[in-house]
Design a protein around this ligand. Structure first.
Ligand code: SF4
Length: 189
């Protein structure tokens, strides 16, 4: 039985949460591949690709440690991507009223992940065109700049009880019959 104070909002199974993470994982894999192909010096290309994957993992951990404890979905299945459940095993809950103020610190470290691989790929393509790299770049742009934002707004944010106060989800309209709740929270992956 749910202990969620907002039971009208859905709870997500482990399988659903795992699926929710797939686009971000795919983007990181594509980005690492692009860096490997863009930086042709070996082992520099591999090192940059590895650092990129590490940055993705640390960025997610940062969200769990700095942001999720302040989200009303902390420790609950109403967190679409499952970070809130993991965060509850890592840190104590914070004050949900502080969520909006902590949003930037939680999200900003992830932002370079969207830009470093495309910049490296465009420079490499300008130097020496490669169809493989061009296809990876197109796939990365599709996943990172279309699929992830659309899924985030249409899936997690739209059903989040705290979307009105969330800097990322605030533009998302509430679901039919849903009511905005004062406070904070939002789906960030
Ligand atoms: S909805 Fe977002 S901020 Fe809230 S627990 Fe899940 S990942 Fe963290």
């Amino acid at each position: 039985m749910s202990d969620d104070p907002c039971p009208e909002f859905p709870e997500y199974s482990t399988a659903s949460s795992a699926l929710d993470n797939l686009p971000f994982v795919l983007m990181v894999v594509l980005g690492a591949g692009m860096l490997r192909l863009s930086i042709t010096d070996s082992p520099a290309g591999w090192i940059w690709a590895g650092l990129y994957v590490l940055a993705g993992a640390l960025g997610v951990l940062n969200v769990m440690l700095r942001l999720c404890p302040y989200c009303p979905s902390y420790g609950k299945r109403s967190c679409p991507c499952g970070y809130g459940v993991i965060a509850a095993k890592l840190r104590k809950a914070g004050d949900p009223r502080a969520f909006a103020g902590r949003f930037r610190g939680g999200i900003l470290p992830l932002v370079p992940l969207w830009f470093i691989p495309p910049i490296a790929a465009i420079v490499a393509l300008y130097d020496s065109f490669s169809w493989v790299l061009a296809i990876l770049l197109a796939a990365f742009l599709l996943v990172g700049f279309v699929i992830i934002p659309v899924l985030s707004h249409q899936h997690g944010c739209k059903q989040c009880p705290q979307r009105e106060a969330c800097p990322w989800a605030g533009r998302t309209k509430p679901p039919v019959g849903g009511e905005a709740v004062e406070g904070s929270g939002g789906h960030v992956s």
